[in-house]
Design a protein around this ligand. Structure first.
Ligand code: PXP
Length: 243
């Protein structure tokens, strides 16, 4: 099975919100990504609605034919929206209002008690849950205990690392992916991934089956078009798998 590319189209909405226009529409972008070969579409409905809007999630639910992954904070409001829109997957992420982007994984160990009923409510509605976690065996074990279908390993520290730290972060991800593989879990990864850094990740951490990529892909679309950008990432994935 090829490693899947799931495109996060949040930053198409960022551009739209910058002017309060109707364009560019993340729905249009999602369709183009699917036509270009992406395996799924991801959006993060933030509590402050800085990019993706409620309407986007509703319309995406109507038009996405691959897989719609709704990233959200573990709150009552977001649970209600998830149950109403029924995405194919919900990814629970930590959220801080002042942050530029998600800064780290969810502390599943510390929040087990509050996460449990939320994940159970999603499961009852046949919506599997993914937990976005730091590459740490304890977090993965806690995710398994809560019934998560997927763990998404946070690759932000790897993406930001340089020199010796890069090897260390890659090893952390490799160890975590291997640990997760021992459980009935799909192993995903994301944050800060680019056409340059993803091949090494796939070589060192082969259990990774899905990548969630947003900022670098939407940025590449400025130069290569969205179809060209998706193709570049699919090619980079194929290169990583061939190595
Ligand atoms: N995965 C998760 C859980 C995220 O929160 C984000 C950012 O919204 C991504 C992946 C994508 O990260 P990036 O935009 O850096 O590719």
């Amino acid at each position: 099975m090829p490693v899947e590319l799931h495109v996060n189209v949040d930053h198409v909405a960022t551009l739209r919100q910058a002017r309060g226009t109707k364009y560019p529409d993340p729905v249009h972008a999602a369709i183009q990504c699917e036509l270009a070969g992406a395996h799924g579409i991801t959006v993060h409905l933030r509590e402050d609605r800085r990019h993706i809007q409620d309407r986007d999630v509703r319309v995406l639910r109507e038009v996405v034919t691959t897989r719609l992954n709704l990233e959200m904070a573990a709150t009552e409001e977001m649970l209600r929206i998830a149950l109403e829109t029924a995405p194919d997957l919900v990814t629970l992420v930590p959220e801080k209002r002042e942050e530029q982007t998600t800064e780290g994984g969810l502390d599943v160990v510390a929040h087990q008690k509050s996460l449990k009923p939320l994940i159970a409510a999603l499961l009852e509605a046949n919506i599997p849950t993914s937990l976005f976690v730091d590459p740490d065996a304890r977090q993965i074990d806690a995710a398994v205990a809560l019934g998560a279908a997927t763990v998404e390993l946070h690759t932000g520290d790897y993406a930001n690392a340089q020199g010796g730290a890069l090897e260390k972060e890659l090893q952390r991800l490799a160890d975590a992916a291997e640990h997760a593989e021992g459980h009935p879990l799909i192993v995903a990864a994301g944050h800060g991934l680019t056409v340059r850094n993803l091949a090494d990740l796939l070589v060192e951490a082969p259990p990774i089956a899905e990548l969630n990529i947003g900022h670098a892909l939407v940025s590449d679309a400025v130069f290569y078009g969205l179809e060209g950008a998706v193709q570049r990432f699919l090619d980079a994935i194929a290169d990583g798998e061939a190595e």
